[in-house]
Design a protein around this ligand. Structure first.
Ligand SMILES: [Zn+2]
Length: 434
């Protein structure tokens, strides 16, 4: 291949750089691949004698050598492995596959890592194309999907163990943090039909088409900027999430907070929208925390009412909204509620919507003392978790035409959360150490 590059160069009289780099990359991958193949087979197949432990307490017997086609980031290679069989388990045992981390897969860890990298970030088909274009790795879309989901499940298993350890109280946080924020939100993920059967939905059919993914993040804050606004500690945000019950999610986010040192936080703040399950979790797991309803969510409720009540009249709507927003910013929730009570919309539906909104502000009044929170140098908007929600679930899971199973979505949420929490590297290092 490199030879051809030189021939082309002579013929054309100049270097076509792009074609040359691609050709040389391809041939160096081939050279590297054959080197790797030699290296992988230098052990002659990892023969461990006539018998070897099966891993479940028995002795498996050597049968023969078996070759496996393995796709690596360099090229496909053939790996020779000693194959054993356990009578009791009725199962094949290949010690070498365990050593190389290639059990039940024909993709090397390097290729799988790349597949997971793209699969957590973008639709599987786009990921497949990126692998081909960026890395010269040719795989099927379905393989990107399967491998990404398998990695997501492994991440969930590893992090689940970590959460249990955190909950056991055996983890001692290293350093104290001035302020820790726990931001929680939910977002609908489109599901395949069988996952929503019998569930109530909000649209005209009354049938659910989505399931709620619960998402949370933990971040810390140490300083204020020159305008006395809070500054999030850089790289301090970690994410967790899943489609699961509020109870299960409560344990998940609580364990994450412990891992992040909540027991040594001087101040703990729970940020969320008005959803009742969020405050339930706050009450149960974060006793004594400051509750703050995300200012942006609260404003959305006001905007909705302005639109419903004043409809087409943009000026009236804007005037009403501006005045309410000012009251809200000042934390004067009572004034907001009073002006809602003064509204006299005629359609019954709008009346109902106004009542619901007024109730929302009433219920959450103490969580909306924004002026007071700002005075304390606290964040009042959960832009962080909103961005997280959009990044994790919106972009990745909610594109048109996508339909998920709960298992599939949860695996990708776990994968995505791991990557966004900057723990992807750590996960693979831990794997390599076995
Ligand atoms: Zn066995």
């Amino acid at each position: 291949m490199v030879g051809r590059v030189f021939q082309d160069m002579e013929r054309l009289g100049h270097v076509d750089l792009e074609a040359s780099e691609m050709a040389i990359r391809a041939s160096s991958h081939q050279i590297g691949g054959s080197l790797l193949e030699k290296l992988l087979n230098a052990d002659g197949g990892d023969y461990r004698g006539a018998r070897t432990p099966c891993g479940k307490g028995h002795r498996a017997q050597f049968i023969e050598y078996r070759d496996k086609q393995l796709l690596t980031v360099l090229s496909p290679v053939e790996v020779k492995r000693a194959y054993y069989h356990c009578e009791q388990c009725q199962e094949g045992v290949i010690p070498k596959d365990h050593n190389l981390d290639i059990v039940d897969t024909s993709f090397s860890p390097g290729v799988r890592r790349m597949m997971g990298q793209v699969g957590g970030k973008e639709p599987f088909e786009e990921g497949r194309r990126d692998l081909e274009n960026l890395a010269g790795v040719l795989v099927k879309t379905k393989a990107v999907e399967r491998v990404s989901q398998a990695i997501g499940k492994q991440i969930e298993t590893v992090f689940q163990a970590e959460r249990e350890l955190a909950l056991s109280g055996k983890v001692v946080p290293l350093k104290a943090v001035p302020k820790m924020y726990i931001a929680i939100d939910g977002t609908g993920v489109p599901m395949v039909r069988r996952e929503t059967e019998g569930r109530k939905g909000k649209d005209e059919t009354g049938k659910a088409k989505t399931r709620e993914a619960k998402l949370g993040c933990v971040f810390t804050q140490t300083t204020l900027d020159e305008n006395q606004r809070p500054v999030r500690d850089e790289h301090s945000t970690t994410y967790v999430g899943a489609i699961e019950t509020a109870e299960a999610f409560g344990t998940r986010i609580y364990a994450e907070a412990i891992r992040r040192g909540v027991s040594r936080a001087a101040q703990v703040v729970v940020l969320g929208d008005g959803a009742r399950w969020i405050w339930g979790i706050a009450e149960e797991h974060f006793y004594g925390a400051i509750h703050i309803v995300d200012l942006y969510h609260a404003r959305e409720h006001l905007a909705l009412i302005a639109k419903l009540v004043y409809g087409a009249s943009a000026i009236k709507s804007k005037a009403w909204l501006d005045a309410r927003r000012e009251q809200l910013d000042a934390g004067d929730v009572e004034a907001v509620i009073a002006s809602m009570h003064r509204l006299r919309p005629s359609p019954t539906q709008v009346q109902q919507a106004v009542r619901t909104a007024a109730d929302y502000f009433h219920t959450n009044a103490e969580r909306m003392r924004y002026a007071e929170f700002r005075k304390q140098g606290l964040f009042v908007g959960s832009g962080v978790v909103e961005a997280g929600c959009k990044t994790i679930c919106g972009q990745r899971l909610k594109q048109s035409g996508m339909h998920w199973t709960v298992r599939g979505a949860n695996a990708i949420i776990a994968l995505r959360c791991c990557q966004l929490s900057s723990r992807w590297e750590e996960f693979w290092e831990a794997r390599a150490l076995g």
